[in-house]
Design a binder for this molecule. Structure first.
Ligand code: MIC
Ligand code: SF4
Length: 653
C-alpha cells in the first residue's frame, strides 16, 4: 500500500517513533510562527532556556492580535518582541503587516516543510502542502531551540473532493460542510487530507480557508497536495523556487475516506454558539442583521475581498448594518487598492479596519446587545465577540456581502446578480518592508534600548510550577459542563492585554462562567489545598493559548478531571504540570459536585510506577476510578511540574 501526504511528510521529518496511529512520534520542525498574544510568553520561555540563537530554518514573530493599544501594555509587548527578534535571529512582522496565517502563506509557506505555530489556526499552511500544526507557546519555544515536537501519530482521513463549486458557493461552505459531517468533537489525533479531482478547482487561499477551519473540528492538521495551482500561487508571490510537488500515492492507505461533491454544496452558516452548529443560509433567510464583518485568518484574502467589493459595487450597505472589513494582510490591502476594489468598498460604506485579527478576537467591534452579527471568521463561541448575548453566525464572504446589502440574512444565490468571477493577479504587488529581517539588523544590541531586551512593566517573568505533590488533597473548586473552550477558561478580547502578566491575567480565569472562581481558588491555594477542575466532554476546545493552563496553574490547580480533552490543551496542561485525568466511567461525572473535598493519595508514586488512580470523594464518601494516558516522557514532565521544570532538573543533574 502507498502512503498518504500526511504520512510521507511526517515520516520524512520523523526523529522518534514509527508510523503507528495512536502511538507517540516526534518530528523535526523546519519553521515556527508566533503571534504577539502567545509570543511574549513563548519568548520569555525561550530566553529561560539560555540558548544563543534559534535553530530552525525560519522563525517568524507576528504582531497581529494585540494591536488596539488602549493603555501601555500592548506597545510594551511589541517592543519586547522587536528586541527579542533582533537578539535571536527571528523575522519580525510588524503591527499593520497582517494576520500571521495569511502573511505566512503569502511570504514563507513552503510545500513539504513542517511549521509549528503558537496559534491554533497554524494549519492554514496545509493549504500549500505543509504539515502545519498549532501548539502551546512552550512547545514552539522548544522547537525554536531545535527540540523535536511530540505528537500522537495521527489517523489520516481522506476527504475526496469531486465536482466544482456552483456560483455563490465558496471554500467557506466546503469547510462548514466538513464541520457538519465531522462536528467539533471526536476528531482528536486525526489529519484531514484533501484529494480527488475537485482539488484542482480550488486556489491556494481557498484551500487555506478549508485547512484553517479544520482547527474547529479538533484535528491535528489538514493538508492539500502541492500541484500546478500551488506553483502558480508561489509564482504570483515571486517565490516559485519554493515550490515542490507533493501528492499522495495512487494506492495510499487511509483510515477513512469521505467524499464531498462540491457541485452539490449550498451556502451554509454556523449558528450560535458553535462552529459545529450548521444550517443552510436558505433556512435562516429574512433574519434581521445588525453587523457584518469580513476578515480574520479564514476569509481575508485578495479573492475574498475582491468578491465582496464586486457584490457591493455601486451600492450602499443597509442602514441597519454596521459593515466592517479587515484585510488579512498589508499585501491584500495594497493589491485590492491597486485593482480599484478598495475604493468600491469604501464607497459602499465599509468601515476599513487594520490588517489584524481585530473583531475576530473580540477586542473591538463588539456587536450591540442581542445583536445579530454575520462574520466570515472561524469561531462564534458565546461572548467571544465581546458581547455576551450577541448572536454570531459564521458565513462565507458571499453570504456576508448579501446580508450587508439587504440588511437581513439572504441566500446570495437569490441576489439576482451574476456571480463575480475574480481573476487572481499573475504577480502580486509585493512590499516586504514591514518585516524586519534579522540579517538587516547589523548590530542586534542597537535594535534594543540600551543594548538590552526591552521589558516594560507589562512583561513579567515566565511562571514556574513545583513538582506534582506526593498526595492530592483538595477541592473541586469548579464544575463545568461539556465543550468548555479556552475562551471560557481564560477570556481574550479586552483581557488579552495581560498576556505577559500572569498574576493579573489570572484574576480572569473562568470569568464568564463563574466570576468567583479566581478568588476561591486563590484562597484554597493559600490555605495549602489543591484545586481540581471538573469538566465535561471536549474540555479545552478552541485556541492554543497556554494561559488556559498557566493561569489555573498559578491559582494552584493541580488536576483537571474531565470526560475528554482537546489535543493542544492537553499538551499545555502537561507542559505546566497540571495532570489531565479522565473518568473511567463517564457517569461518575455526576458523582462529584462543586465544593466536594477530593483526595488522591500516593498520586506521584502511582503515576511513576504506572498504577491505576482513584479519586476519593471525601464529601460523598465514594471512590471514583480515573484514567491517565501518559507516555514515559509525559509522566516525567508532569511529575517534575512541567516541561521547563523538567529541563531545569535535567540541567542541574
Ligand atoms: C484565537 O483565535 O482564539 C486566537 C486568539 O488566535 C488563539 C491564540 C491566542 O489565544 O492567543 C488561537 O487560536 O490559538
Ligand atoms: Fe486572529 Fe481570529 Fe485567526 Fe485567531 S482566529 S489568529 S484571533 S484572525
Amino acid at each position: 500500500m502507498g502512503a498518504s501526504i500526511a504520512r510521507k511528510l511526517l515520516e520524512a521529518h520523523s526523529v522518534e517513533g514509527a508510523w503507528n496511529p495512536g502511538s507517540e512520534i516526534a518530528i523535526k520542525i523546519d519553521q515556527t510562527l508566533t503571534q504577539d498574544a502567545t509570543g511574549t510568553m513563548a519568548y520569555l520561555q525561550f530566553e529561560a532556556m539560555g540558548l544563543p540563537k534559534i535553530a530552525t530554518e525560519r522563525s517568524v514573530s507576528y504582531i497581529d492580535h494585540n494591536t488596539i493599544q488602549s493603555g501601555f501594555e500592548n506597545a510594551d509587548d511589541h517592543g519586547y518582541l522587536r528586541s527579542i527578534a533582533a537578539k535571536y535571529g527571528i523575522i519580525l512582522s510588524r503591527a499593520g503587516n497582517g494576520i500571521c496565517h495569511q502573511v505566512h502563506l503569502e511570504r514563507f509557506g513552503k510545500p513539504g516543510k513542517t511549521l509549528l505555530g503558537s496559534d491554533s489556526h497554524t494549519p492554514t499552511g496545509g493549504g500549500i502542502g505543509m504539515i502545519a500544526i498549532g501548539a502551546g507557546g512552550l512547545d514552539v519555544a522548544m522547537a525554536m531551540g531545535g527540540a523535536p515536537f511530540y505528537l500522537v501519530c495521527p489517523r489520516v482521513v481522506k476527504i475526496n473532493l469531486i465536482g466544482k463549486l456552483k456560483p455563490w458557493v465558496s471554500a467557506k461552505d466546503v469547510i462548514l460542510e466538513v464541520l457538519r459531517i465531522f462536528g467539533t468533537r471526536g476528531n482528536v489525533n486525526a489529519v484531514f487530507e484533501y484529494g480527488g479531482p475537485g482539488v484542482k478547482t480550488l486556489s491556494v487561499p481557498e484551500r487555506a480557508t478549508i485547512t484553517n477551519m479544520g482547527a474547529e473540528c479538533g484535528v491535528t492538521t489538514s493538508v492539500f497536495p502541492s500541484d500546478e495551482i500551488s506553483k502558480a500561487f508561489l509564482e504570483s508571490q515571486g517565490r516559485v523556487r519554493d515550490w515542490t510537488g507533493i501528492n499522495a500515492d495512487s494506492d495510499a492507505e487511509y483510515d477513512k475516506v469521505v467524499e464531498i461533491d462540491l457541485s452539490r454544496l449550498v451556502p451554509l452558516a454556523a449558528t450560535p454558539h458553535s462552529p459545529g452548529n450548521i444550517a443552510t443560509v436558505e433556512s435562516l433567510q429574512g433574519m434581521q442583521v445588525d453587523q457584518v464583518c469580513i476578515g480574520s485568518c479564514t476569509n481575508s484574502s485578495y479573492k475574498d475581498l475582491a468578491t465582496v467589493a464586486r457584490v457591493l459595487k455601486g451600492k450602499v450597505v443597509a442602514p441597519n448594518v454596521s459593515f466592517v472589513v479587515a484585510p488579512g494582510s498589508r499585501q491584500v490591502l495594497q493589491n485590492i487598492d491597486k485593482a480599484g476594489y478598495l475604493a468600491d468598498l469604501i464607497a459602499s460604506g465599509a468601515r476599513i479596519d487594520e490588517c489584524a485579527c481585530g473583531f475576530c478576537i473580540g477586542n473591538s467591534r463588539s456587536p450591540a446587545s442581542r445583536g445579530v452579527a454575520l462574520r466570515t471568521s472561524n469561531r462564534n463561541f458565546e461572548g467571544r465577540s465581546g458581547t455576551k448575548d450577541a448572536q454570531v453566525y459564521l458565513v462565507s464572504c458571499e453570504t456576508a456581502a448579501a446580508a450587508a446589502i439587504r440588511g437581513k440574512i439572504t441566500d446570495p444565490r437569490k441576489l439576482g446578480m451574476k456571480y463575480p468571477k475574480i481573476a487572481m493577479p499573475r504577480k502580486f504587488f509585493i512590499d516586504d518592508r514591514m518585516f524586519i529581517f534579522p540579517k538587516a539588523v547589523k548590530d542586534p544590541s542597537k535594535a534594543m534600548p540600551n543594548g538590552m531586551v526591552s521589558r516594560g512593566p507589562n512583561i513579567g517573568a515566565p511562571p514556574t510550577n513545583s513538582p506534582l505533590p506526593a498526595d492530592i488533597s483538595g477541592v473541586a473548586s469548579i464544575k463545568v459542563g461539556d465543550k468548555i473552550t479556552t475562551d471560557h477558561i481564560i477570556p481574550a478580547g479586552a483581557r488579552m492585554k495581560y498576556r505577559s502578566n500572569v498574576t493579573k491575567y489570572s484574576e480572569f480565569v473562568f470569568e464568564t462562567v463563574d466570576a468567583g472562581f479566581a478568588a476561591r481558588a486563590r484562597q484554597a491555594r493559600d490555605s495549602g489545598r489543591h484545586n481540581i477542575i471538573v469538566g465535561g466532554a471536549s474540555y479545552g476546545e478552541g485556541s492554543s493559548r497556554e494561559h488556559a493552563a498557566i493561569c489555573p496553574m498559578f491559582l494552584g490547580v493541580k488536576i483537571v478531571l474531565a470526560k475528554s480533552f482537546q489535543r493542544i490543551h492537553t499538551d499545555n496542561l502537561l507542559n505546566f504540570g497540571i495532570l489531565p485525568l479522565t473518568f473511567k466511567n463517564e457517569s461518575d461525572y455526576d458523582r462529584i459536585d462543586q465544593g466536594d473535598e477530593l483526595e488522591i493519595p500516593g498520586i506521584a508514586r502511582s503515576i511513576a510506577s504506572g498504577r491505576p488512580l482513584t479519586v476519593k470523594n471525601k464529601t460523598k464518601n465514594i471512590d471514583i476510578p480515573v484514567v491517565y494516558t501518559l507516555t514515559g516522557r509525559q509522566k516525567q514532565i508532569v511529575l517534575a511540574g512541567g516541561a521547563l521544570a523538567l529541563q531545569k532538573q535535567k540541567s542541574i543533574r
